[in-house]
Design a protein around this ligand. Structure first.
Ligand code: AMP
Ligand code: MG
Length: 410
């Protein structure tokens, strides 16, 4: 059986960014990676512009012992009617074009008006409070580099250069199938040996959090035909995630059905607790298929450790993780595991870094302990004794995603 790190490598070998697609920029493009450099079509600012409400004037003060007579004002969106007449000052608003002949702006707070004349205590320096045409960037300059993550400031910069459509790495559709004859949907009351399907909701939100497009295909009971029908649909998408049915039980039909439909199995079983039965394969069309153990905690551990990074890689992130953080243990902890282990902890930021709180989890069935701000404490196999305040490594999906984002842009 291979380590999760080996499985991770095999997955990232296959999880290549999806082909670029041109599309309109909208708020749902957030987190997408730009497929091309973006050039400015105009200078920014497009004209010499006032940075303060005040008065535009020139440095020629020879005739101004009594104050400056005022010309017609220029406001944002306006165009100066004429050049500044020598010896005059012109009221300007923030954002207004500066009339030719003016070489500085004095903020209104530094002036007084006496008998209709503008009194200036101290003349600003040449160029003060004026943003000159093209100071930010010039037409033809590269304002955004290919590979940049579309975040709010990037959305603003795209708008400023008039880019309303662009080639982006698209977000993949990720389909989800829950398998198990015992499952009923959350709106049903379980009867007899039934349980509610909690994994689909969990995985669909994880997919959404990774910026991908979740597509739920439903529950397949443990019967080859039903499974085949849903998998056949699932493998038409760039990614398919199945929960349940990947262990070695008589009714664990996922692997055989995938193989029947041409999926090449690359990983089946990893040295990890929880989440040992993890499966990874490739469809004939190059799509990724993941099979997760039905146990909710196992499913989530596999998802956070191995699938979340794969989804970011498909979206074009160069360092998709998993990115662990250093935290300090709030209390001492002694554990003994026969495999490398991810143990649920809650992780809290403090002024002194992250603190990890053990949640006392006992089995891989306790989804409840994960409902607080959660992370996974990485533990080596064997007996591990961690002292209070000792540094440990934790995986927190949100922090891992933010690290991937920061590493993309640096
Ligand atoms: P399996 O991996 O199919 O052997 O399932 C392992 C355990 O997880 C069993 O107790 C299942 O009932 C439970 N399980 C399987 N699928 C789900 C699901 N979608 N939601 C919640 N529990 C599940
Ligand atoms: Mg099952």
């Amino acid at each position: 059986m291979i380590t999760w790190q080996e499985a991770h490598r095999s997955i990232l070998d296959q999880a290549k960014p999806l082909p670029l697609q041109i599309g309109p920029i909208s708020s749902s493009s957030l987190g997408a990676i730009l497929g091309d450099d973006v050039l400015a079509d105009i200078d920014a600012p497009p004209f010499d512009k006032a940075l303060m409400d005040g008065f535009a004037l020139s440095g020629d003060t020879s005739a101004q012992s009594d104050g400056w007579p005022l010309g017609d004002g220029v406001y944002a969106g306006g165009i100066p009617g004429k050049a500044l007449e020598p010896g005059y000052a012109v009221p300007v608003a923030t954002g207004a074009p500066i009339p030719t002949g003016a070489d500085r702006v004095i903020p209104i707070e530094r002036t007084e008006k006496i008998n209709g004349l503008l009194k200036v205590k101290e003349l600003p320096g040449i160029g003060d409070f004026i943003a000159t045409k093209g100071a930010d960037y010039k037409a033809g300059d590269t304002v955004l580099k290919r590979g940049t993550v579309l975040c709010p400031s990037v959305a603003g910069a795209l708008a400023a250069v008039g880019k309303t459509a662009l080639r982006l790495i698209p977000a993949p559709t990720v389909s989800v199938i829950s398998t198990g004859s015992e499952l009923v949907e959350p709106n049903m009351k379980p009867m007899g040996g039934q349980i509610r399907n909690s994994n689909a909701s969990m995985l669909l939100s994880g997919i959404h959090r990774a910026g991908c497009l979740p597509k739920y295909l439903g529950i397949a009971p443990d019967c080859a035909q039903a499974l085949r029908n849903l998998i056949a649909e699932g493998i038409t998408h760039p990614v398919l995630i199945l929960s349940g049915g990947v262990s070695v039980g008589e009714k664990d039909l996922v692997r055989a059905t995938l193989e029947e439909l041409g999926v090449k199995i690359i990983v089946h079983g990893i040295k990890l607790k929880p989440g040992r039965p993890f499966l990874f394969g490739i469809t004939p069309g190059g799509g990724l298929v993941f099979g997760l153990p039905g146990n909710p905690t196992s499913s989530l551990a596999n998802f956070d450790l191995l699938i979340h990074p794969a989804l970011l890689a498909l979206r074009g992130y160069r360092n998709p993780g998993p990115h662990f953080q250093v935290a300090r243990m709030e209390e001492s902890l002694i554990v003994d595991n026969n495999r490398p282990t991810l143990r649920p902890v809650s992780v809290c930021p403090t002024n002194f870094g992250y603190i990890a709180y053990d949640l006392g989890a006992k089995g891989s069935f306790e989804l409840g302990v994960l409902t607080r701000a959660y992370g996974w404490l990485e533990l080596a196999p064997g007996r591990v004794e961690i002292q209070k305040d000792e540094e440990v490594r934790v995986l927190v999906p949100e922090l891992s995603a933010v690290t991937a984002l920061l590493l993309q842009t640096t």
